[in-house]
Design a protein. Structure first.
Lengths: 516, 589
């Protein structure tokens, strides 16, 4: 809730600047702000001249704003969403045996039994699968992926499509850990096999991590179906890709086809560069999974260690495993991932990695990656915008300014802040798409405004304005500072953000990558 | 389309042995033969779903659920805290959003309570089953044959807890039609306190309407009757279904029968008078004998007999035969009410008017033709039955609600006087609501006396709106879902949407349903925070929509037409006429 004093101080000039800029539209000209003269609306309608219209609108605005005691704009973003624990994921086998529950309670196993009964009734008696249930504010989604059934319920206003994609993400995790072939082998022998005994404790930890990412954190990746990219200078990124390609050509002892993909990933799951075969890309979900695993499971590694892990990419090939060579480029920072289809490629990939790392360290590129800290909202000439997400559909990637936290914020507060942002973006996103996940139209612009009086006199009244904009080329979701009223200011800002993002496209997004 | 409808009450069963007693109604629309066991399984699963979702969402108040299967949708509501009503709809080539079915399920239940009573107050299970059979099955069978009904009502049909109000602008005159009703009828010594209320509806045919916002309840005079919403929605539903509010319709004695001839007529829609007669004819031939039998029944039994046997066997359809025995005061009118095809004719002749349901009807007819009994506050200790009679004048339908002990309403002389007074008032109504010269020549700019209307009426309204007032349950709407034919276009009441083709209008309505649903799904703290949206689609649609504790408002426009978007607020994105409407949307006081 609280935006840091520290950041406020740091960017004082920027804040002041903004206050100045906004002061014009917010302070009403005195004549219009005094509705005491009681302009008769009917009179103004006699001649539909430009002047009358603007007068009328000013009047309308003054009516709406005159009851506000503080017509100020604040960078504190209020939370307008209820706080209850209102979401859960359940995973069970098709025979009704429980596998996992995000929030476990004594009765969960009983519920899973009922769920299983109901689902099998519909499947057997009616020949139809249960998909979702709308229960006023709470929505249930059922994903039947024989031999596994996944159920989500949520009161957070997600569309069914969003819940399905979250369930699919969880299912993809299970596949990435077990592979589909293994799963079906287990269950073809014994239908009521208890998968809990088969999964390892790290699997449950990872499931917990993914669930918390989906429910408690600011993680728009699954919502948007896109990867976050690391912004860095175009020339640096090009050099990085060049270095990767060159290394691949140099390595005579790395047989062709041994290396499938190479990735450099910065913290917070930001994609930095890609090495890939021509005409092949990895599915976004697969990469989400990979990044989640790396940054959760291996976050304690240091740069002297390296890993060789089998991993199944369910969207790439759900039946087989690929092998990943993972190395941290320096402690707690970015990672190099090399993926091969061959079990025994470790040493070849290792030497490739060593050479590459040596190369980019000596040329200073590694330093550039570490230095790249993203951008701030103040870098963009977009007045009154608090935060935004810009997704480029061509790249299937998105960028957003860094969230500005207090330095002494405790983890719980930080989590709450993240969740608040996630809620806002979820609402804005859902206001431009249908329940089935398609947009209302091929391009669609939506302003959304929340208003509420302050609970207590000391608090500021809530007047939050957001914008969702979908076109065939990009998606923009934007949140304004509290108290912004004028949609035109926001629309202008949105256009500036878009042109800024387009102008810096090659800096913000990983375009083709290094292709071989 | 519909697969089955079922009504059940789990509290009727106390163990494994009498589990079948839960089932009150099960009707399959596709003619499938289900064993009792299958039916019990189905309702068992529905109960399972209900309790599962309730316990996981930790709230018990939710009275409706929609279950999506891959190929069909189950819509379940719970009423009176123990009766479940479930409708199963298949998804094949079905372009109607399930929200419409959900609201119609509520409509169906509410109409039942209006004419019969609450389920709880009917203690005999067999009696309840019979009534459900007579009421629920024909309701959905009719919709199956005429899905246009839902389309005609559009988003108005979504709000089952509110009723549409008509918005007419009356030219000022010395004595308004309202004061005529007030003085000459309501406050007049003969009927004072006897006549509880008078509901005035303006119900032009959908195609010939001067604008959708003029459709609906114009006003009523009392504010302590609780069934205005239900009876209004019932009237709108019947009107949309049969297109023609004849005595038979208002007596609930008409239903569609699916016959081979019918399929073609419903396909071409609109021409309803013929489709109605065609459907009745086959029913006659098969049940002719029963009719003769019915004719000989003692008069006192007529109502019960026809109602009981009626809908299940289809006899009620053939009631039109009785019409030959009726005393008619204006024969041409009886068969074709609202048959106002040429407005010019109306001024020379006496406009069509008369009673539709009144005690003036022959005693030989079922009681529903003589008066309708409406249940007020059903299921509560102070329940009361009111009597309703119906009277019409051109496109206006008047429902006179009288106290149960007001016997004067049976008196012929009194009714004739009443009819005269009503027609005086209605004459004024038409004269002030549709002043002649403006109605026919809207381009003429000679109305110096009416600068406001002159300015706003020389072109069609550039916005369409819908407004649901959550406190008064009144719904206002000018967004049509049925195109008007050009001749009746009124610059006074019309909107730019009126002449759009039917499929476009329905597309728009479906789009609005999506917007509304998306807004209702919003997660904000709903009791304190309001939310408004301004949506612009690339096809030209611009829609402002707001949900707050007091109201739900919706405005649509076309942003291709609109050049100025100068205002800062969201609603100003629709141009000056939207701002004007927005600022004046609430009547003073």
């Amino acid at each position: 809730m609280t935006v840091l004093k520290a950041t406020m101080d740091l960017h004082e000039s920027y804040v002041d600047d903004r206050r100045e800029r906004i002061s014009e539209p917010l302070c009403m000209p005195p004549t219009a702000a005094e509705p005491t003269t009681s302009i008769n609306l009917a009179q103004t309608l006699f001649q539909p001249s430009e002047f009358d219209e603007s007068l009328e609108e000013q009047l309308a605005q003054s009516i709406s704003s005159c009851d506000r005691r503080h017509p100020t704009v604040s960078t504190e973003i209020p939370n307008i969403f209820p706080h209850e624990h209102d979401k859960n994921f359940l995973i069970l086998t098709s025979a009704g045996k429980p596998i996992y529950a995000m929030k476990d309670s004594d009765s969960t196993i009983g519920y899973m039994g009922v769920i299983n009964t109901i689902m099998s009734y519909f499947r057997l008696k009616e020949g139809q699968d249960l998909r979702c249930i709308e229960n006023d504010d709470v929505r249930f989604a059922f994903l039947d992926r024989e031999p596994i059934v996944l159920v989500a319920y949520s009161a957070r206003g997600e569309t069914s499509n969003e819940l399905f994609s979250q369930l699919d993400f969880l299912h993809s995790y299970l596949l990435s850990s077990l592979s589909e072939r293994k799963l079906s082998k287990i269950f073809s022998k014994r239908q009521n096999f208890d998968l809990r005994n088969f999964l390892e404790s790290t699997d449950f930890e990872n499931l917990n991590e993914i669930c918390s990412l989906l429910c408690e954190r600011f993680y728009p990746d699954t919502l948007l179906g896109a990867l976050r990219s690391l912004s860095m200078r175009k020339s640096h990124r090009a050099q990085l890709h060049e270095a990767m390609s060159q290394q691949l050509n140099k390595e005579a002892y790395l047989p062709r086809g041994m290396l499938l993909y190479g990735l450099i990933v910065a913290p917070d799951n930001k994609l930095c560069s890609v090495l890939r075969p021509k005409g092949h890309t990895l599915h976004t979900t697969d990469l989400h999974l990979l990044f989640c695993l790396i940054f959760h499971r291996f976050q304690n590694l240091d740069d002297s260690q390296e890993l060789w892990v089998p991993i199944c990419f369910p969207k790439f090939n759900a039946n087989g495993f690929l092998y990943g060579y993972i190395k941290f480029l320096s402690k707690g920072n970015s990672i190099l991932v090399l993926i091969s289809a061959q079990k025994d490629a470790f040493f070849n990939l290792k030497s490739f990695a060593d050479h590459l790392i040596k190369d980019i360290t000596s040329s200073g590129l590694l330093e550039e990656i570490h230095k790249s800290k993203g951008f701030k909202i103040s870098d963009i000439p977009a007045p009154l915008v608090h935060h935004f997400i810009y997704k480029s559909k061509k790249h299937v990637q998105y960028v957003m300014p860094e969230l500005e936290f207090h330095s002494d914020i405790n983890p719980k507060e930080a989590m709450e802040l993240e969740r608040k942002f996630m809620n806002y973006y979820q609402q804005i996103h859902n206001s431009v798409i249908r329940d089935d996940g398609l947009s209302f139209n091929k391009s669609c612009l939506n302003f959304i405004k929340w208003e509420s009086d302050a609970d207590e006199p000391s608090e500021e009244p809530i007047a939050m304005l957001g914008l969702g904009w979908i076109t065939p080329k990009f998606e923009l979701y934007l949140l304004c500072n509290n108290g912004v009223e004028d949609k035109h200011v926001i629309f202008e800002s949105a256009k500036k953000i878009i042109s800024w993002c387009r102008k810096h496209e090659s800096r913000l997004f990983v375009n083709e990558g290094a292709i071989f | 389309m519909f697969q089955y409808i079922t009504v059940f009450d789990p509290s009727r069963s106390h163990g494994e042995d009498d589990i079948h007693q839960q089932l009150l109604l099960y009707h399959s629309f596709i003619g499938s033969e289900n064993s009792l066991n299958d039916k019990l399984n189905q309702i068992g699963v529905i109960q399972g779903l209900w309790s599962l979702t309730n316990s996981l969402s930790k709230e018990d108040e939710k009275q409706e659920k929609v279950v999506h299967l891959h190929g069909k949708i189950l819509i379940i509501i719970r009423v009176e805290s123990r009766f479940f009503i479930c409708l199963s709809v298949s998804k094949d080539d079905n372009s109607i959003n399930h929200q419409f079915y959900l609201s119609h399920l509520w409509h169906c239940y509410r109409f039942f309570t209006l004419w019969h009573s609450t389920f709880t107050s009917i203690s005999d299970a067999r009696e309840l089953t019979n009534l459900l059979n007579e009421h629920f099955v024909p309701f959905w069978c009719d919709l199956l044959v005429k899905p246009d009904t839902i389309i005609k009502k559009g988003i108005t049909g979504l709000f089952h807890q509110s009723h549409k109000m008509a918005e007419l602008e009356f030219v000022h005159c010395d004595q308004s039609w309202e004061s005529l009703i007030n003085q000459d009828i309501l406050l007049e010594s003969e009927s004072y306190l006897g006549i509880k209320d008078i509901l005035i509806y303006h119900l032009p045919k959908f195609e010939q309407s001067p604008g959708y916002k003029t459709y609906g309840l114009v006003r009523n005079f009392s504010n302590d009757i609780d069934f205005v919403t239900n009876i209004s929605n019932w009237i709108y539903h019947s009107h949309a279904l049969y297109d023609n509010l004849s005595s038979h319709v208002l007596a609930s004695n008409t239903h569609y029968k699916e016959t081979p001839a019918d399929i073609t007529t419903t396909g071409t829609s609109s021409n309803n008078v013929t489709s109605q007669t065609r459907t009745i004819v086959p029913a006659l031939t098969t049940t002719g004998e029963t009719i003769l039998h019915n004719l000989t029944l003692p008069i006192s039994l007529a109502y019960d007999a026809v109602q009981e046997v009626g809908t299940t066997t289809g006899i009620s359809n053939s009631i039109s035969l009785f019409m030959d025995y009726l005393p008619k005061w204006n024969p041409s009118v009886v068969t074709n009410m609202f048959g106002r095809n040429s407005p010019k004719e109306d001024c020379t002749k006496i406009p069509p008017q008369g009673y539709l349901i009144s005690p003036l009807r022959s005693n030989g007819l079922p009681g529903n033709y003589r008066q309708r009994i409406v249940r007020s506050r059903a299921g509560t200790p102070d329940k009361k039955d009111y009597r309703c009679i119906f009277w019409y004048y051109r496109d206006v339908l008047v429902c006179v609600v009288s106290e149960p002990d007001f016997d004067k309403i049976q008196d012929q002389q009194y009714l004739e006087d009443l009819s005269y007074k009503l027609s005086c008032s209605m004459e004024k109504f038409y004269a002030t609501a549709f002043p002649k010269e403006k109605y026919e020549q809207p381009q003429l700019k000679q109305q110096q006396t009416q600068p406001l209307s002159a300015q706003s009426h020389n072109k069609l309204d550039s916005i369409g709106f819908a407004l649901m007032d959550k406190r008064t349950n009144q719904f206002r709407c000018s967004i049509p879902s049925w195109p008007l034919c050009n001749e009746t276009k009124s610059y006074r009441y019309g909107t730019f949407l009126d002449s759009m083709p039917r499929d476009k209008l329905w597309e728009l309505q479906q789009e609005l349903v999506q917007f509304l649903r998306s807004l209702q799904n919003s997660r904000r703290k709903k009791n304190s925070t309001s939310e408004e949206r301004l949506i612009r689609l690339s096809n030209g649609l611009v829609c402002f929509i707001k949900d707050c504790p007091d109201e739900i408002a919706l405005i649509v426009g076309n942003w291709f037409d609109e050049t100025s978007h100068s205002g800062p607020t969201l609603v100003s994105g629709l141009g000056p006429s939207a701002i004007r409407w927005w600022n004046q949307r609430k009547p003073p006081g």
